[in-house]
Design a protein around this ligand. Sequence first.
Ligand SMILES: [Zn+2]
Length: 402
Amino acid sequence: MIPFYMLERYEGNEPLFELVTMSMVSTYAGEPLHVHAEGLRGTGKTTIMRSCRDILPNITRIKGCIYNCDPDNPHCPLHRDMSLEEIAALGSEEIPMPFLEISHSAKVGTVAGSIDLARLTDPNNPAAQLLPGLIPQAHRGIIFIDEINRLADTSPEITDILLDVMGNKPGHLQIEEAGLPTVDITVSVSVWAASNPDEDPGPLEEIRRQLSDRFDLVCYMGRPDSVDVLANMLEENSHRQKIRNAMKKSSNVYDYSKNDKYREEIIIWAQKYSQTDMPDFLRNFIARLYIKHNLESIRAIEAMQQGAILHSLIKNRDKVMITDVTRILPLALKHRVDGDTLVKLINDVESRGAREGILSFKNKKNKRDEDDEYFQQNARALKDMSRSELVNTEKDLTPTHG
Ligand SMILES: [Zn+2]
């Protein structure tokens, strides 16, 4: 596989690079960000997502803990009831942040976990004898699912597990085994998914709307539209080049240290993320969009907030700006509202931004005034409005010039 630093970047895939970077930063900081890349085959979405494994930073866990217990915050059935002294005595170790993949034909036991029947010595405490599945083993890291639409279509049980895991931040996972009490554990994983909405069984939002809504941000991978990019892509996929790449890999031609830059950035941005907040005027702006456009999903506006803050960080800005919100807006809404609403909303944001200068909001001294002013302009009582404002006359619609 081509190292992350060598991946081709062009206008159509830039949003996905941003999205996965934001998710890695957020995950490393301890808050999942679930992302979904949609697009045609051959646009390289899964290549980009899988190569991120190269640049994931290390995490520290209790030595040998398969659940990746944070020594400062142990959560697994074996360690959660231990004292700090007992934990310290176990020691700690550094491992790469997990990146595990669930295939669309995976089984529930592999994904969630099962009771280790061979080791079931104490039936009163089955939790101690769990064999954790892929999701609990990816705690503090990433779970990747290619063809999520097919998984949602053929495996309602695993879809239900994902709904729980992605329901809150951190999420929950129940491991069930017939005849034994259900075991509930906390999991903090970012779920990354890819799908081609134009292939069977169709777009995720039409198969399992609830699961689609669990993804904070969705990006649609555009086709590459430059001859250079396409020609490079063809060359990269040619038989000769594949053999050359394999030889390069085995002969260490790739300079994997060039990935270090990206890994270091993730760590720095994650540290900043814990200290960065969104200014009130932008938070109010997002809240107004929710009300004005009757958005149904609270997750949508939470994703706008989380996404805008992360976007400002990866652009190395010292504060969150309106452009961060407008950049994230379509990614948070594309899968949650119909096309007409999205177009209306984006036009609304763009025209108001240009007309009134949303940026000038933050220069106002008094927050109260901002709100009054907003509601004066946008939510006046009908009785306060003149007829010409309420009814469009033919003259209004066909203004004369000069
Ligand atoms: Zn543990």
